[in-house]
Design a protein around this ligand. Structure first.
Ligand SMILES: Cc1cc2nc3c(=O)[nH]c(=O)nc-3n(C[C@H](O)[C@H](O)[C@H](O)COP(=O)(O)O)c2cc1C
Length: 184
């Protein structure tokens, strides 16, 4: 089962990086498959540590995934790393084996520490639509523009009908991002 998370890592200079990543969930072991072009992949390969944040904050997914914002954070407890300040819970991990393809790494990780701040209530319908739209936006180069536009319109309708302000704001950021990419 793949769970959508916000992955935080440190680069070689110790600067934090946040990015949404799907994680194959297990108890004490997790697997993440970052594209080799991502900062997350480079950081995990160079220092071997990361934090898997389980968050229902869809704006945070969009801010770090599309706009590369450094989210507010505090130090991890057991590894060199940082935890997203608003996360519901988190897992601090170390990479224990590396495989994958030229395009995408497959990193098996061991959980060293689990922390919790509040309940994860789940995504409402519009939250799920934002997550799907954000995934679409990060893969624009692999999709044709017409299918992307149709799918975005569909997710946009769900957000308009059922979303609160955070989901609407997140969706506006996704639309802006896609429009700017299309202008290039
Ligand atoms: C919900 C969601 C899940 C994602 N899962 C992955 C993933 O499993 N692997 C990956 O390489 N990129 C994934 N992405 C795309 C990355 O988050 C995106 O390319 C990001 O800009 C990478 O940031 P980084 O270069 O700072 O690591 C996902 C995006 C979203 C919105």
């Amino acid at each position: 089962m793949i769970i959508e998370t916000i992955f935080s890592t440190l680069d070689e200079a110790g600067s934090p990086n946040f990015a949404p990543m799907g994680v194959a969930w297990g108890g004490d072991y997790l697997t993440v498959r970052p594209y080799r072009s991502t900062h997350t992949c480079r950081n995990l390969l160079s220092n071997g540590y990361g934090v898997v944040n389980l968050s229902d904050d869809v704006l945070a997914y969009v801010r770090c995934g599309l706009y590369h914002e450094v989210l507010p954070h505090f130090p991890a407890k057991s590894i060199p790393g940082v935890v997203f300040q608003e996360t519901c819970s988190w897992r601090e991990i170390e990479v224990i084996s590396r495989s994958g393809s030229d395009e995408r790494a497959e990193l098996r990780c061991r959980v060293l520490h689990a922390g919790r701040q509040k309940d994860f209530l789940g995504f409402c319908r519009s939250g799920s639509a934002v997550i799907e739209a954000a995934i679409l936006a990060t893969r624009l180069d692999r999709r044709d523009l017409r299918t992307t536009a149709e799918k975005l319109d569909h997710y946009g309708e769900i957000v308009e009908k059922t979303g609160d302000e955070p989901e609407k704001q997140a969706f506006r950021l996704i639309r802006d991002y896609v429009r700017k990419k299309g202008e290039r």
